[in-house]
Design a protein around this ligand. Structure first.
Ligand code: OSB
Ligand code: MG
Length: 374
């Protein structure tokens, strides 16, 4: 295909409420979007890097630099026909999966529009609706958390995930479980425990959690496998799974029984499909994680979640939980039974609100093939 221009933007989007994890608090999102313009169409992708390199080594600023100086010029010089070609085009750049995913996913988005089919269909999705859960940040008190859980359950969400860390765990689970004995409940530690906490983590078994997400180091497989042997509760890996090989290693070592799949963390749709397929073949359930995305990244998460192996509710929820005004039309909504209906219009199924994007943009650069020659 011809690429006419690649437009990179940084948007500032305040969250409707702060989101606190074991690694810090996010109040304002600084989101990098990539728009690939081709023959009158625009494919959009979102870089899911955090404002600071705390979830992974990437950040808004590092991703901007790599996109601007490396990846966008590579893509402009070698326009692919299919998103699956992107990993090869970007091969000379090590790491930086979230920056790569922004461009690769824009190409998939563009391809779906060109083919006149939904992104879900292009990816091989099989679902017409997807089940939704919510990820609830650390709160300043347990009563506050209970009030939030009540609201989210009333809204229809099918699974509650609690962020946890040493000091915000068993007392919280105790209170939540005594009020709601039967709900699907999980926790996400974002790597905040160590081996000395092993007995403490084993005590989580008392709360009938669906899974414990990433309890130990962000880059570990072996010690998670040691811990999994002692736990009845399934471990779910998030941070550790960067690609298909990681998924195979984790499954083979029994480091986890469930995988949280995130597009940015694995570098885009093609690697996400590879991880999904590897897990599906081995009977390991996957679900789609979230990174506080705008409507662009959210629409891609929705399409990904329609693949066969996504059998557990994901962290993909309504736009209004994050932003007063999302940048897509319609915004993402969740039904009273906790499902998102999959659009079947061509492409991502959620139009980008160009005027709002323009208003929220704080920096913007355009890369064209000529830029390489000049
Ligand atoms: O570990 O899943 C995570 C948000 C930012 C960084 C890491 C994580 C999260 C979430 C929020 O859990 C998911 C969402 O609501 O987008
Ligand atoms: Mg996580």
């Amino acid at each position: 295909m011809r690429i006419d221009a690649i437009v990179l933007r940084e948007l500032h989007m305040p969250l409707v409420r702060p989101f606190e994890t074991s690694f810090g608090v996010t109040r304002n999102r600084r989101i990098v979007l990539a728009e690939v313009q081709s023959e009158g169409l625009s494919g959009w992708g979102e870089c899911t890097a955090g404002e600071r390199p705390h979830f992974s080594s990437e950040s808004t600023d590092s991703a901007w630099q790599v996109l601007m100086n490396e990846l966008a010029p590579m893509l402009a010089a070698e326009p692919p026909d299919h998103g699956g070609e992107c990993p090869r085009i970007f091969r000379a750049v090590r790491g930086n999966p979230m920056a790569k995913a922004a461009l690769e996913n824009a190409i998939w988005d563009l391809e779906a529009q060109r083919e006149g089919i939904s992104l879900s269909r292009l990816l091989g999705g099989v679902r017409e609706t997807i089940p939704c859960g919510v990820s609830l940040g650390i709160q300043s008190s347990i009563p506050e958390l209970l009030a939030i859980i009540e609201r989210e359950l009333d809204a229809g969400y099918q699974r509650i995930k609690l962020k946890c860390k040493p000091g915000w765990d068993v007392d919280v689970f105790e209170r939540v479980r005594s009020r709601w004995p039967g709900i699907l409940l999980s926790c996400d530690a974002n790597s905040s425990y160590r081996l000395r906490d092993e007995d403490h983590l084993v005590s989580f078994d008392a709360f009938d959690l669906l899974m414990i997400e990433q309890p130990l180091w962000h880059d570990d497989f072996y010690f998670h496998s040691v811990l999994q042997k002692r736990l009845n509760t399934p471990i779910c890996l998030d941070e550790s799974i960067r690609n298909r090989r990681d998924a195979l290693a984790a499954i083979e070592m029994e480091s986890c029984r469930i995988i949280n799949l995130k597009l940015g963390r694995v570098g885009g749709f093609s690697e996400a499909i590879a991880v999904h397929n590897a897990a599906l073949e081995r009977g390991i359930p996957v679900w789609c994680g979230g990174m506080l995305e705008s409507g662009v990244g959210r629409s891609h998460n929705i399409a990904l979640s329609t693949l066969e192996g996504f059998t557990l509710p994901g962290d993909v929820s309504a736009s209004a939980r994050y932003f007063a005004d999302d940048i897509v039309e319609p915004e993402v909504t969740v039904s009273s039974d906790g499902e998102i209906a999959i659009p079947d219009t061509p492409g991502r199924g959620y139009e980008v609100r160009a005027d709002l994007v323009e208003r929220l943009t704080v920096r913007k650069e355009t890369v064209r093939e000529m830029a390489l020659v000049a």
